[in-house]
Design a protein around this ligand. Structure first.
Ligand code: ADP
Ligand code: GN1
Ligand code: MG
Length: 369
């Protein structure tokens, strides 16, 4: 079973962008759950050059032009700030202009397409291999937030309203459970009880924000570790990608998602739950890496909640997978029956593992300051 469908003429789409040379080939690329991503190769005077093409999922991002306006502003700001660094051209995504001077092409079916320079000699990892990679990835996301502290202009568009509103995610789950359109709740009894037992913690960060203890910032909001490219030669975090959700948010949700995706040796959809665990050395590396770039702007209340943020967002994403399972797999791309439920189970196993080690994580934080 699959709810993905990729049948596009990438050569024709590419002709709308200011790319030189001859189209050679194109293929689906990456393992993202939302957009359709392709790498296309062009022959430019005998050299093969790759580009990334993406179809923006407009069922999820309802206003692609506003989203692209955000990305243009953010990448231009990054470029200004990194201009003097080595390898400046690889440190921020570069949008390729369309023939009419825009940054996206709308095809006859109403799909919005964008094109980026392909960042070569760097990779994304669905599962990190070493704590050094964790350090680098977290440092990059911290630098990304730091770069955006002085983004000029108006507040960015909210590309998905209430994106990290965990109480609202909980409400959506309850609504899906009540409807139980596909009679799937029976298969997820344990997971449903797991969520219901943890409802009270869902509002903690938004409450702190409402009380003025943690500020709104410009954040990435999807800091899954495969959204940062690590340089092949140096392992340095070279470029933060997947900027669709860059918008006002809480820095803690960004750190939390690094903990969710960077501390377990198991894939997000691993079926053998015995493999899923929060590994303290990886947490330590994420903490050190993130603090190395972000400690200068984080408030004490943000720092105090770094360990909690990992637990909260792991619960939140688990709730979202569970809700999508109950609603019939309409949001995340799935590739097999029960895929969203498998993903939900790994998240909740990781929540438990964090709960078991929360005191030790807090202790480590105190020692790091
Ligand atoms: P999604 O929103 O579906 O997760 P991403 O923007 O994260 O889409 O892209 C999917 C994958 O494509 C990434 O994990 C990365 O491996 C690859 N990718 C995206 N942009 C680039 C780029 N500019 N250069 C090289 N690889 C890229
Ligand atoms: C989606 O786009 P991708 O695959 O990086 C999702 C994130 C989830 C993640 C779970 C816009 O991220 O919020 O945390 O899947 N993105 C959106 O793997 O919903
Ligand atoms: Mg991605």
């Amino acid at each position: 079973m699959s709810n993905t469908g990729n049948n596009y003429d990438l050569k024709q789409i590419g002709a709308n962008f200011t790319i030189h040379g001859d189209f050679v080939s194109s293929a689906p690329y990456g393992s993202g759950h939302i957009n359709d991503t392709f790498s296309s190769t062009y022959d430019q005077g005998g050299t093969q050059i790759r580009y990334i093409f993406q179809r923006i999922n407009h069922n999820i991002f309802k206003n692609p032009p506003a989203l692209m306006e955000n990305i243009k502003r953010v990448t231009e700001h990054q470029r200004r700030k990194t201009a003097d660094m080595d390898e400046a051209s690889r440190r921020a995504l570069t949008l390729i202009e369309t023939n009419d001077g825009g940054v996206y092409h709308c095809d006859q079916d109403g799909n919005h397409w964008r094109c980026y320079i392909f960042i070569e000699k760097a990779k994304t990892y669905d599962v990190l291999e070493t704590s050094g990679q964790a350090y680098q990835a977290a440092k990059s996301f911290g630098e990304f937030q730091k770069t955006l502290v002085d983004l000029p202009g108006e507040r960015l568009h909210e590309t998905i309203p209430h994106f990290h509103d965990t109480p609202k995610r909980y409400e959506n789950f309850e609504a899906a459970l009540k409807t139980d359109k596909y009679n799937r709740a029976i298969a997820a009894k344990t997971e449903i009880e797991f969520v219901q037992a943890r409802q009270t913690m869902t509002s903690k960060l938004l409450d702190l924000n409402a009380k003025g203890e943690i500020p709104e910032r410009v954040t990435h909001n999807d800091t899954k570790l495969n959204n940062v490219m690590l340089d092949d030669a140096t392992s340095e975090g070279i470029c933060v990608i997947d900027l669709d959700t860059v918008m006002p948010g809480l820095a803690l949700y960004d750190f939390g998602d690094m903990v969710r995706t960077g501390t377990s040796p198991a894939a997000e959809d691993e079926k053998d739950l015995s493999k899923v665990k929060m590994q303290m050395p990886m947490f330590e590396a994420l903490l050190q890496g993130y603090l190395s770039s972000a400690s200068e702007f984080l408030t004490p209340a943000e720092i105090e909640n770094l360990p909690f943020s990992g637990k909260l967002i792991t619960l939140e994403i688990g709730i979202r997978f569970l809700t999508d399972f109950l609603e019939g797999d309409v949001y995340f791309k799935t590739h097999r029956d029960g895929h969203n439920l498998d993903r939900c189970r790994t998240q909740f196993k990781l929540v438990e593992s964090i709960e078991d080690q929360e005191d030790a994580m807090m202790e480590l934080l105190r020692q790091s300051l």
